[in-house]
Each structure stands twice: as structure tokens, then as C-alpha cells.
Design a protein around this ligand. Structure first.
Ligand code: FE2
Length: 297
């Protein structure tokens, strides 16, 4: 068990404000390597200048790093995305040499339809063929980082029942070194928007595959965005972890025997001086949850 982690963002203000927290409150860092690159017109992935700063922090603190992304488009099927995926994997291999990710995860879904990066992953038809493709993509990723996984995403429309997703994930995650990243705020958000009980989703999920848990907060959409006036829960990572997510954490922790990390996620641009005490308290509360369930000393 590694313990409690924080997702790092390539933003000077974020890293400055949370420097002390990073050094004293967390056991590992989560880094999205793709946030350290930008893509030029020819598709080349170029560093944005944050590698050195993150490597310095890692070296000074001697804390491990786990990798996490959204851009691999694990379930994309469009041929126009093949070249982009090859460039993406070869750039990831460079970062693996420098940051030595203990494991690497990406989101369930299609995040680069027709080869163009989308802001959020799009849902997948949960067919046996799609499960086989996901497994194949994860095997490819394992050639770079041996321990890999997939995160349950938030979708704002569904292809099939969201409650069938646990079975789909189980079909894909067959074999050694393949893990699940369980994002509890994603489960909470999907449950609110689609009208199911989070406990039912978690009951169907193979929790023995969970290597990492994400917790975060979010907000609600402006009701004027939809003609119906309906407001949706947003997985925006910009606020406090809600109490129901803390309750879900307490419920699942004893059921995740392979858990190695509990990560607090927070979006760049949402942390000012006033937020630092909250994030610090949330990291302490996360650690207390691990200790309460004898997963951390
Ligand atoms: Fe997450």
C-alpha cells in the first residue's frame, strides 16, 4: 500500500500553493503526462516546460509517482486515430523513463474520436468485441508500464445501461497486471444523473481488481443549459469532496484487498489560498479512512 496521493497539475500557482501539502501530506503523486505536452500542427508532442519542476519535487521528496491520463482513447476504433495513438505511446515511454510510474491508468471511453482530442471521454457500446479491444489496448500499454488500469468514467449520455458497466470492465480486465481505478465521485455523479443507487453499481463491480481509488468534488450544471431545465451533476473537480463520496469510501475500503493508493483529484485553476486548508484537511481525512480500515499505519 502506497497510501494517500494528490493529482499534480502543470500550473505554477497550483504547485506553489500546495508545495507544503505535497511535501507533508501525501505519500505519492499522480501525474498526467499528457498535461506536460502540447501537440503542434504536425501532431508532434512537445514538452510544455513542467517536467523539470515535477522531477525536482519527486527527487527532493523521494515519493513515488503514478501515471493517469484521459487522452489514450482506449476504446477508440477510428483508423484516423491509429497514428496519433502510436505517437502518444512513444511519448509516454519517454516519460516513463523519467518519472517511473508505479502504475498507469486511463479512462474508459473514446477520448479522441476521428483522431481529434475531445474534452471528455465518450461512452462505449459494452459488447464482447469492445471488451476485447480494451484488453488489447491495455496489453499494449503494459509494454511501457507493466501495471496498468482503466478508470470508470463519467458520461453524460449512455450507450446501454450504466449498471452493465461493471460486467464489461470485468470482461476486459482479464489477466495479470490489469487493474481498476475506482473513481467514487464518478460513481456518485453517474448515479445522480442516471438515477441508480451507487451501492448497486459497486455491488456488481469486481472490487478485487481495484488498485487505486479517486475522490474529488464537483458542481451542478446551470439549469438554463437544457430546455428541460434539468441540472446535472458535473465531475468538475473544483470543490469539496461531498459527504456521500466519503461514505462510499468507507463502504468500499474493506472490500478492496489489492488497493495501493487513494488519490485526491483537483483541477488546475480552482485552487487559491483559501482552498489550501480544505485540501489539506481532505488529505488528512483520506489518511484517517485508510488507518480506520487498517490499510495504513
Ligand atoms: Fe478520476
Amino acid at each position: 500500500m502506497i497510501g494517500v496521493g494528490l493529482s499534480l497539475q502543470p500550473e505554477s500557482a497550483f504547485l506553489d500553493l500546495l508545495d507544503e501539502v505535497c511535501r507533508t501530506k501525501v505519500d505519492y503523486f499522480e501525474v498526467s503526462p499528457e498535461t506536460l505536452w502540447w501537440e503542434d500542427a504536425s501532431g508532434l508532442l512537445i514538452e510544455n516546460g513542467f517536467h523539470q519542476r515535477l522531477q525536482r519535487l519527486v527527487k527532493q521528496t523521494c515519493k513515488p509517482v503514478v501515471g493517469h491520463g484521459v487522452g489514450l482513447s482506449l476504446s477508440g476504433v477510428d483508423r484516423r486515430d491509429a497514428a496519433r495513438r502510436r505517437r502518444w505511446l512513444s511519448r509516454l515511454a519517454e516519460d516513463q523513463k523519467r518519472l517511473q510510474f508505479a502504475w498507469y491508468t486511463d479512462h474508459l471511453g473514446v477520448s479522441a474520436p476521428v483522431g481529434q482530442a475531445a474534452m471528455l471521454p465518450l461512452p462505449v457500446w459494452q459488447t464482447p468485441a469492445a471488451a476485447t479491444l480494451l484488453l488489447r489496448r491495455l496489453r499494449k500499454l503494459q509494454q511501457i508500464v507493466p501495471q496498468v488500469g482503466v478508470e470508470n468514467s463519467v458520461f453524460y449520455f449512455a450507450l446501454g445501461s450504466p449498471l452493465d458497466e461493471p460486467a464489461f470492465l470485468s470482461r476486459a480486465l482479464r489477466g495479470a497486471g490489469l487493474h481498476l481505478l475506482l473513481d467514487l465521485h464518478n460513481v456518485f455523479t453517474m448515479a445522480q444523473n442516471f438515477g441508480f443507487a451507487p451501492a448497486e453499481y459497486l455491488r456488481r463491480l469486481d472490487l478485487t481488481k481495484v488498485i487505486e481509488i479517486h475522490i474529488s468534488g464537483g458542481t451542478h450544471s446551470d439549469a438554463s443549459w437544457l430546455p428541460s431545465g434539468r441540472s446535472l451533476r458535473l465531475d468538475s473537480h473544483d470543490g469539496a469532496v461531498p459527504e456521500p463520496v466519503w461514505q462510499l469510501l468507507d463502504e468500499v475500503l474493506p472490500r478492496c484487498p489489492q488497493l495501493r493508493g487513494l488519490t485526491l483529484e483537483r483541477m488546475e485553476g480552482t485552487v487559491g489560498p483559501a482552498e489550501v486548508p480544505l485540501l489539506s484537511a481532505e488529505l488528512t481525512r483520506a489518511r484517517q479512512a485508510l488507518i480506520r480500515h487498517r490499510l495504513h499505519s
